[in-house]
Structures are given as structure tokens and as C-alpha cells.
Design a protein around this ligand. Structure first.
Ligand SMILES: [Fe+2]
Ligand SMILES: [Fe+2]
Length: 155
């Protein structure tokens, strides 16, 4: 990946290190890393920007893990991402908008947004699907089935 991706990873992991208890910290690192990787994979499959997809994946649940607050964590995460992106100046305005938008909309799994937004939602659902297939929630079922078709899952 790129240097910019590594810079985001350093920031995100740095914040996750402070998360307590250890179980939440480990799960946060695992889930965020997995979603970022799946987003990169899906971007390649769909011909979208893999770096931006990976970065959006890294930011997507950071707010939830750091604060312990799930409610409105997508909006909280978008604000967090915007602040860091503005401060570092590593990404262009259009890139920032794409990343922040994807984080902002990632909980709206039943709606359809821009391709990068959809990649992040699908990457998130893919991790839920792999980790706990029985618990893929109602709003994610249809999306999960569509993804399994797209990626040619046999089961
Ligand atoms: Fe989330
Ligand atoms: Fe997530």
C-alpha cells in the first residue's frame, strides 16, 4: 500500500492501542484491519480506488471502538476522519470527501450510495458474514447474498 495508507494506519492503530478492555482492543484491531483489507479487495474487483477504500476501512469504526459508543458512530467517525485529514493535508479535497462520505454512510446498509460507499458497506458485511454468519442482521442479509453471488461463494 501507499505511504498515505501507512500514515492513516499508524494514526488509527495508535488510537486503538488505548482501548480498554483488551478484548475490545483486539477485536477493534482485528475488525478494522479486516474491513480495510476487504475494501481493498473489493475496490480491485470493481475497478475503484483501492487506496481510498482501504483508508475508509481503517477509519470506519474507529470512533465506536475508541469511545465505546455505537450510536451514531458513523457520523462520529466521519468527523474524526475529517479532522485528521484536514490537519495532515495528505489527501486532496475530492479524496477527503470520498473517504469521509464512505465512513459517514457506512451504517446505512439498506440504501445505495456512491461506489466507494458501497465498497465500505460490503467490506463490513463481509467481515460479519465470515465471523458470525448466523448473526448477519436483517438489514444486511440482502447485501450479504448479493456479495456472495458477486464473489462466487459456493456456500
Ligand atoms: Fe460501523
Ligand atoms: Fe464495522
Amino acid at each position: 500500500m501507499t505511504e498515505r495508507y501507512e500514515a492513516v494506519k499508524e494514526y488509527v492503530y495508535g488510537n486503538l492501542t488505548a482501548v480498554e478492555p483488551e478484548r475490545s482492543r483486539n477485536e477493534g484491531i482485528r475488525h478494522i484491519t479486516a474491513v480495510s483489507q476487504y475494501a481493498i479487495l473489493l475496490a480491485h474487483v470493481r475497478g475503484e480506488n483501492a487506496e481510498l477504500a482501504g483508508v475508509a476501512g481503517l477509519f470506519h469504526d474507529l470512533y465506536a471502538y475508541v469511545t465505546g459508543i455505537r450510536k451514531n458512530h458513523a457520523a462520529g467517525g466521519a468527523a474524526l476522519a475529517k479532522k485528521w485529514l484536514d490537519e495532515t493535508g495528505l489527501f486532496t479535497e475530492a479524496e477527503k470527501e470520498a473517504i469521509v462520505g464512505a465512513v459517514y454512510y457506512h451504517s446505512e446498509k439498506q440504501k445505495t450510495h456512491f461506489p466507494l460507499d458501497e465498497i465500505l458497506k460490503d467490506a463490513d458485511v463481509l467481515d460479519h458474514l465470515f465471523m458470525n454468519p448466523g448473526a448477519v442482521i436483517m438489514g444486511e442479509r440482502e447485501r450479504a447474498e448479493r456479495l456472495m453471488g458477486e464473489l462466487h461463494f459456493s456456500t
